[in-house]
Design a protein around this ligand. Sequence first.
Ligand code: GUN
Length: 281
Amino acid sequence: MKLIDGRRISKEIMGEVKAGVGKLNARDIHPLLATVLVGENPASVLYVEMKSKTCVEAGIKSKNHHLPFDVSEEELLDLINRLNNNPAVHGILVQLPLPEGIDVNRVFRAINPGKDVDGLSPVNLGNLMLGDESMVSCTPKGIIRMLEYEGVKLEGVEVVVVSHSILIGKPLTLLLLNRNSTVTVCHVHTRDLAEHTRRAEVLIAAAGVPHLIKKDMVTEDAVVVDVGTNRVDGKLVGDVDFEAVKDRASLITPVPGGVGPMTIAMLLENTVSAAERLGSK
Ligand code: GUN
């Protein structure tokens, strides 16, 4: 078994991001990521803080717009419109989940696709389906990047994704299809999960269920990617029963220190490419 060290890989990417920022600064372009946080969901507050902190480390400016949980959809759309029209803003990230009553699809439809560093606007999701990966959702992009970094073959390979969410499962499936993997998508309604996961040469678990993936659900020498970030008794645990599965897997990501740092690195990379393409100050 070998660990896939997301922290190390993301550090390398951060170095490249910093170099990209330096080149933009030399052209008097100063990449700025605008984050939008609605309400006080503790995990979201923490994620947005981490994103801002990492931006600053990479030389990217970051401004958070914190709105109350009872903000109206119109006020939120009005903020997005102002960010769209502000040439100093290169990336817009609306942290999910949004409070009930706000139409998420309407919000993501409103974001200028050129500034949609989350890759969640219909234009960018459509582009991904067409094989254009110029703005791809950060966690799926980070997963593919770490697999490619480790030299994991994807073409013709049986990949099982346990998630059909818009943040992970759906974009990840498209990225894998673009690389000619044979993809099985499982989710909460799948009848016999183990029957599918046992076939996986690459297994990606993002169901949000602590220790869902047990040893008998993993084939010998599988590559296992754990996207779970579950809080159990104040501890961060993945969707994979790591201790039991680790000796069966050829490569496995830890939690924490696996996919998490890759997500933020991809967000910064997307912000730099948005700034390059927009070319605004
Ligand atoms: N909430 C959890 N993950 C994400 C993400 O990747 N993007 C956004 N916008 N919200 C999230």
